[in-house]
Design a protein around this ligand. Structure first.
Ligand code: SAM
Length: 213
């Protein structure tokens, strides 16, 4: 029997509840607009002439709008924010600009360096960790025969310092074949009240909250 199927009844994850927010009608603040213009320019330069692998930027304006409405609505249980697979680090920076205490995990060293440089150039106080966001103890979520196109499934060592239970909001832009696992990992490890924000391309951005037991 696989580890996934041996999950005890008592350890069963708490269901995630979908959240709906009113639309964000405000325009972007000037500092955010300048930051995003430069981020777009650097990402275009980074992507030019190379195989990009698993990196694909989300719709930053849209993510910012939802984060802003979410912040105004006081839905989060606290201000600890983490981006799983932070790429260029733009969403982590946007969260910090909205006063979250924000960090990102990214497996590709080159992307971590680019994210750190972008944040430093705009004086955004964030932390980027080069390593896997998948917490140790995730065997219950990942089947040995699961195969993903881009996701690195090995567990991180750095997450021993901070795990998903330490975060109030987790953001991810999973590839379609990673969507289920992303929610399962969050469900397994996050604390009650924490929110998972996921971007799925186009207009599709989901917010799910781990309800209290
Ligand atoms: C679709 S991109 C999203 C980038 C960024 N979140 C954004 O919205 O612009 C997914 C990122 O996850 C990273 N990644 C894949 N597996 C990972 C893992 N186990 N731990 C940390 N990062 C990972 C990839 O290198 C890639 O940069």
């Amino acid at each position: 029997m696989s580890a996934k199927k041996s999950l005890d009844e008592k350890d069963k994850p708490i269901p995630l509840v979908d959240l709906t927010l009113p639309p964000d009608g405000d325009s972007l603040p000037h500092d955010v607009r300048s930051f995003l213009r430069e981020a777009d320019r650097r990402i275009a330069r980074y992507c030019r002439g190379r195989r990009i692998g698993g990196f694909m930027p989300s719709d930053f304006e849209r993510v910012y709008g939802v984060l802003r409405t979410f912040t105004a609505g006081n839905v989060a249980s606290g201000n600890q924010f983490c981006e799983w697979g932070s790429g260029f680090g733009v969403v982590t920076c946007l969260a910090a600009m909205l006063d979250f205490d924000a960090c990102g995990f990214e497996i590709e060293r080159e992307l971590v360096d680019a994210a750190q440089e972008l944040a430093a150039d705009f004086d955004v106080p964030v932390e980027f960790i080069c390593g896997s966001f998948i917490p140790s103890g995730s065997e219950a979520c990942i089947d040995a025969d699961d195969a993903f196109t881009w996701l690195h499934t090995h567990e991180g060592s750095s997450v021993e310092e901070f795990g998903p239970a330490d975060f109030d909001v987790v953001f991810a832009y999973p590839w379609p074949d990673e969507e289920q696992l992303t929610a399962a990992l969050f469900d397994c490890h996050a604390s009650a009240g924490a929110v998972l924000m996921t971007y799925h391309g186009g207009e599709d951005l989901r917010l799910r909250q781990k309800s209290a037991k």
